[in-house]
Write a protein that binds this ligand. Structure first.
Ligand SMILES: C[S@@+](CC[C@H](N)C(=O)[O-])C[C@H]1O[C@@H](n2cnc3c(N)ncnc32)[C@H](O)[C@@H]1O
Length: 374
């Protein structure tokens, strides 16, 4: 399968010329027959990578509480649109909805939308979430108008990025080409002023060899949601690994069976992702009219939402082995040396809304800069 996709990409490059890194990522991840997201068993211990909702039910439950509190703050609208972007195996939404079951007033108002590109994952979501009667969409722009809460965990990191390299004559775009043996290789395009305009302003003065990354799809999403929250009430919670403020890359990486592999060697067989530039994302949302809170580290965010209290409540009813699993799962999410620091939470909210739970201060300056790579 992978050889087929590598050949297909090489054929396209020979016909059209080198591809941007974003065009390469889009094919490697989303090619209908052989793209990574056409595969099964991507997520979890037996897949290629694992995520917070797969590690602990507490993650989705706390996000359920976060939503319940916001629903109350925005005046208990009925109906309330609840959207998840990139729901994976549906674990987060399933844990979130279990919490809302305890609040019938909220539960019956929910209209659930799932924005998901992968047919295989849609099938899994259907099985896990059928009782909520979700509706599937391919784009955020398709979500109907109305008050909305949106959640997304590890969605932004899966969106295609472009890379720019600082050469002796200025910035040029990094491209994917083919070598004489038809292998996919990275190559630098010609230096041009257009490229340097796309490089985030904070990085333009970087020295020779520096790499800057931008994620046009994330910026467009921030803009769409920013404009939406400016015209109607709502909030979006993004949790992802990334940096704040903007720093040079490269952060693009490929993961297969929980191990790093080559980005270009076997497209379609490995997950590709890049760190989220939370500063750029926030700026785009603000420019479109939303207020932004965070980022705060995942550890701090989940702790503020009551992670330890929830652990204590679950542990009190658990058998010893289960208790240990609950404790080690939560430790993994909170520990700054594991997922607690590099993963961050950011909220986009309608202007004038008070800060949602977990975001008590606007930008938390007491936290160390989040620029380490996992
Ligand atoms: C890294 S997984 C995270 C899954 C889940 N949120 C979790 O935490 O387990 C990325 C998710 O985003 C979906 N996805 C990636 N790119 C997408 C796109 N352009 N449009 C819609 N869904 C996308 C993937 O199929 C997958 O469900």
């Amino acid at each position: 399968m992978s050889e087929g996709l590598a050949k297909k990409i090489a054929r396209r490059i020979r016909a059209e010329g080198p591809l941007t890194v974003a065009a390469y990522m889009a094919m490697a991840l989303h090619d209908r027959e052989a793209g990574y997201y056409a595969r099964r068993e991507l997520i979890g211990a037996f897949g290629d990578f694992t995520t917070a909702p797969e590690i602990s039910q507490i993650f989705g439950e706390l996000i359920g509480l976060w939503c319940a509190e916001l629903w109350d703050r925005i005046g208990r609208p009925d109906p309330l649109i609840l959207t998840e972007l990139g729901p994976g195996r549906g674990m987060l939404m399933s844990d979130l909805l279990r919490v809302t079951d305890a609040l019938p007033g909220l539960r019956r108002t929910l209209r659930v939308f799932l924005v998901e590109a992968s047919p295989a994952l849609r099938a899994e979501q259907q099985q896990r979430l059928c009782q909520a009667h979700p509706e599937w969409l391919t784009r955020v722009e398709e979500i109907p108008e109305g008050p909305m809460l949106l959640v997304a965990n590890e969605f932004l990191d899966a969106l295609p990025i472009r890379q720019f390299v600082r050469g002796p004559d200025g910035w040029s775009e990094r491209m994917v080409g083919v070598d004489p043996e038809n292998r996919l290789i990275f190559m630098d395009g010609p230096a041009n002023p257009g490229a340097s305009l796309l490089v985030p302003e904070e990085l333009r003065c970087q020295g020779l060899g520096a790499i800057a990354e931008i994620c046009p799809a994330a910026l467009a999403l921030a803009s769409t949601l920013g404009a939406r929250f400016a015209r109607q009430p709502g909030a979006a919670l993004f949790i992802d690994y990334g940096y704040f403020p903007t720093i040079p890359g490269p952060t693009l990486r490929a993961v297969q069976r929980h191990r790093p592999v080559s980005v270009l060697a076997a497209p379609g067989t490995a997950d590709l992702s890049a760190h989220v530039d939370f500063a750029g994302f926030a700026e785009a949302a603000r420019a479109a009219g939303a207020d932004v809170r965070g980022p705060v580290s995942q550890g701090r965010f989940l702790t503020a939402l009551g992670a330890r209290l929830r652990l204590a409540a679950l542990s009190a009813q658990a058998a010893p082995a289960q208790r240990q699993e609950l404790e080690s799962g939560l430790r993994r999410l909170l520990d700054p040396d594991e997922m607690g620091h590099v993963f961050k939470a950011m909220a986009l909210i309608s202007p004038g809304l008070p800060s949602p739970a977990g975001f008590d201060r606007n930008v938390d300056k007491s936290e160390p800069a989040g620029n380490d790579h996992p």
